[in-house]
Design a binder for this molecule. Structure first.
Ligand SMILES: O=C(CO)[C@H](O)[C@H](O)COP(=O)(O)O
Length: 262
């Protein structure tokens, strides 16, 4: 079955499989959102089944909560768990400092809250997510629906005042209607091309009334696990300053691939 997967799905799978090895018995774990994170949830469920590992998950979206429930992973709310040992999530882009753009799946708000409330955040990604400079992927901002057009105009003005080059700001749609997040908000995507100063941009846009949060994750991610389609995995730990090369085998994974459906 593994052989039927595209190289990109294999890369996501091996990154996820390696990352769940960081999970220890009894941990409270933040469960990210997106296709790579869905592999992680499946790999975690497999470890729980096969090794009797006991874990409580805190999902970062209704989608992930649904998958975790389906796979029998006990879940709770962040308010119940309060603080987590680890969060494992995907990303849309990561740079050399492990600064991230997230929110391609629209779950950036819960993802940022959960990752910030964790001792460690591990990002799982395929090689295409690594960039020299953030910004090729549109930066999502979660905004309150009330007065969103005014908020959008203020965001555009802010980009002009910051002398940011790309200033195209679009409302994310779901067919004919605005995309609505789990928190009932909208998302506007900033098509910037490159972000010269992510820290400044993150601070400034969050000052705009109506902006709830942005998809820049700075100084939050500790480790990135990068998967390759041939099973090679690289584990970069920004705090330890280490880079480890590893390999994940595709054998004996049919029970994971059998429930594919994300
Ligand atoms: O931030 C996210 C969702 O809000 C995802 O982690 C990000 O979009 C990556 O998704 P995928 O693993 O499907 O490429």
């Amino acid at each position: 079955m593994a052989a039927d997967l595209s190289p990109i799905d294999k890369a996501k799978f091996v990154a996820a499989k390696r990352a769940v090895e960081f999970i220890e018995d009894g941990m409270r774990v933040g469960l990210g959102t997106g296709s790579t994170a869905a592999w992680m949830v499946r790999c975690l469920a497999e470890r729980m089944r096969e090794e009797g590992l006991r874990v409580t998950g805190v999902p970062t979206s209704s989608r992930t909560a649904g998958l975790a429930r389906q796979l029998g992973i006990p879940i709770t709310s962040l308010d119940e768990a309060r603080w987590l040992d680890l969060t494992i999530d995907g990303a849309d882009e990561f740079d050399h400092d492990l600064a991230l753009i997230k929110g391609g799946g629209g779950a950036l708000l819960q993802e940022k809250i959960v990752a910030t409330a964790s001792d460690r955040m591990i990002v799982i990604a395929d090689t295409a997510k690594e960039v020299a400079q953030l910004g090729g992927f549109p930066l999502p901002l979660e905004v309150i629906p009330f007065g969103w057009q005014t908020t959008k105009a203020l965001i555009e003005e802010t980009l002009v005042s910051l002398e940011v080059l790309g200033r195209d700001v679009t409302l994310r749609m779901n067919g004919e209607r605005p995309f609505v997040t789990d928190e009932g908000n909208y998302i506007v995507d900033l098509h910037l091309g490159r972000i010269g100063n992510p820290r400044q941009l993150s601070l400034v846009v969050n000052q705009i009334p109506g902006v709830v949060e942005n998809g820049l994750f700075i100084d939050i991610c500790d480790i990135v696990v990068i998967g390759h389609g041939d099973g090679r995995v690289e584990v970069r730990d920004i705090n330890a300053g280490t880079v480890e090369q590893d390999r994940v085998e595709f054998a004996d994974t049919d029970n994971i691939f059998a429930d594919l459906g994300d």
